[in-house]
Design a protein around this ligand. Structure first.
Ligand code: BGC
Length: 334
């Protein structure tokens, strides 16, 4: 072959390699959890999704700050249903934004959890949610099938209300094959019904044969402390509730031990996907709670993701451009 053709072919090959993503390797669920120990929830309530020009979160910049701040993972909260058309097709502009977000997070070597976060809609009206959730995973599965193994899927944040244990278990059995059709080995995160509450973990049925699953729970107990004064939780209006007494710490340990017993019995690694205390509590208690939950999770070999970077439960003050130090210091000790 004339050398000019050889050069042309080599160039074409090189440029195609440069644009094609690193194909997904097979990573065990346990190794995936090890690599994503310290995480943070991002972007759930950012104007970015509707209009990138209005974004608070500047992807390149803030993912870099997150990485430098000692985190290994981001859990991206996707309220995708409001970006679907009447036939449940995701808006191409929204998908483009998502691609850019994922790329920017991967560039910082962060594990990227794609968390479908339309849990309120799904709990309130499961029948309307189901086709949309299936359509979401069909499209996202196909789109990210060749993405690096650092991209992990989470089927649905906090199934609740109409998504009872039984209904949710049946959905898992239906949704997983949709993901597996395009992503046979990608790790997928699934938690129990009742808002991923630890008390419903024993009701969660994960398909025994699928070893690429990570179990997740959220921990906000006691709600009277973590959700004090939170407008969306009318059950906990009283503020001034503190945390940190020996009995409160003992309760957290016992709760986490219960999760660990389940995880051992079912041989599943664990992600504590949300925890934290709302901004109306006193900062010393919030920091104590946050540090305790993070350390107790780490002591049991779990990964964790703090709720959240921006909006409320704030870990990073975007306006002032600084970490909220008591919270950050609690998450990532100096
Ligand atoms: C919800 C937030 C809420 C948080 C704590 C999350 O899953 O998306 O709206 O603030 O849980 O209640």
């Amino acid at each position: 072959m004339p050398s000019v053709f050889k050069t042309l072919i080599a160039c074409a090959l090189l440029s195609s390699l440069a644009v094609s993503p690193t194909p997904a390797r097979e990573v065990s669920a346990r190794d995936q959890v090890k690599a994503m120990t310290r995480g943070i929830n991002v972007l759930g309530y950012d104007p970015l999704w509707k209009d990138p020009a209005k974004a608070r979160f500047q992807t390149a910049r803030h993912f870099k700050i997150i990485k430098a701040g000692g985190f290994d993972a981001v859990r991206i909260n996707l309220q995708a249903f409001s970006h679907m058309d009447a036939s449940n097709q995701l808006d191409p502009a929204w998908l483009k934004t998502l691609d850019q977000v994922v790329k920017a997070a991967l560039a910082q070597k962060l594990t990227v959890i794609l968390d479908e976060h339309d849990f309120n809609d799904c709990g309130a009206d499961p029948a309307a949610c189901k086709p949309r959730l299936i359509a979401f995973w069909k499209q996202i599965g196909a789109r990210y099938k060749d993405a690096p193994d650092k991209v992990v899927f989470e089927l649905l944040n906090e199934p609740n209300k109409g998504l009872t244990d039984d209904v949710w278990n049946a959905w898992i059995a239906e949704l997983l094959p949709v993901v597996r059709a395009t992503n046979p080995k990608r790790n997928v995160i699934i938690g129990p019904a009742f808002w991923n509450n630890i008390s419903h973990l024993s009701q969660l049925n994960l398909p025994e044969g699928d070893r690429h699953l990570i179990a997740t729970v959220h921990y906000y107990l006691p709600m009277e402390f973590t959700h004090q004064g939170a407008a969306w939780n009318p059950d906990t209006p009283k503020t001034g509730v503190t945390w940190g007494a020996p009995a409160e710490r003992a309760r957290m340990k016992a709760d986490f031990d219960g999760v660990q017993a389940w995880a051992k019995a079912h041989d599943r690694p664990v992600l504590l996907g949300e925890f934290g205390a709302y901004d109306k509590g006193d900062m010393a208690s919030r920091a104590a709670y946050t540090a305790a939950a993070a350390r107790e999770a780490e002591a049991r070999g779990w990964a964790w993701a703090y709720w959240q970077f921006d909006s409320d439960f704030v870990a990073y003050d975007i306006k002032k451009d600084v970490w909220v130090e008591p919270i950050h210091g609690a998450l990532v000790p100096k």
